[in-house]
Design a protein around this ligand. Sequence first.
Ligand SMILES: [Zn+2]
Ligand SMILES: [Zn+2]
Length: 280
Amino acid sequence: MAAAREAKKEIQELRVAMKKIEPFFEPMGKPEAYDWLGAHKETGQTFDEYLDSDPTKPTKERQKIYVLPLGKFTPQQTKIIAITAGYLVAFYDLRVEMLSNKTLPQKLEKKDARYNEFMRTRQVRTGFVMDTILKPMLREDAAALIAFTNEDLYPDDSMSFVFGQASMENRVGVWSLARLASQADYDKFLRRTLKIAAHETGHMFSMRHCTKYECVMSGTNHLAETDRRPIDACPECMAKICWLSDITAKERYKKLASFAKTKGLRLEAADFESKIKALN
Ligand SMILES: [Zn+2]
Ligand SMILES: [Zn+2]
């Protein structure tokens, strides 16, 4: 199987592209105790390991990402969600459809929500959102259905919160804006949202956490860790995305550069442009 794979032109081209963009990325640093890798033992996932894992990828029939705003949002948040949907279009080369707002029930059963003393707010269990709200809404042509909410989220009693969670098997995911605006101006809030959206959607396409580079697919435990990560995927993860999206590295960076330019993300636009140059 591996030999047949190597014979494929697109895989060979991706390997060349990986080498060419490598200088743009930092190897993963030594984690502090409170960083994700300080708390979670993970071995990462190379491009080859990903290919070997028989990943879920968008099929011909499933070329659309559905985005569901879940709850009420400020005009700034609404704008950020719209830009994030556009980022996913460029990042995964898929179409995106915005669904009309839905609200979460005010009253939830004990097993599905809890009160967080520290945040002084209710937290909703991600499994409830995914199983009860999202799964029944999943359309046949959905590569993924992702929901944004303002509610704080938690996965189970072992953790105090999560930024978001996605189900690889079920093509659904939810993430929260509740903590992302903390000590952030508009630009920081936007970049955090872009990173989390790209990251969680990656999980939906069977991408595991990245441990090789500081990468948008690396796990994060807190916002400072999110902030220091790039909004882009490292060589290994870039190759996975190009493979699952069936696009060349250069075409993909062109889409990302033009997206970043139109949204005023100047640093990112320049970065994507440099990567296009490196690929020439
Ligand atoms: Zn993750
Ligand atoms: Zn990576």
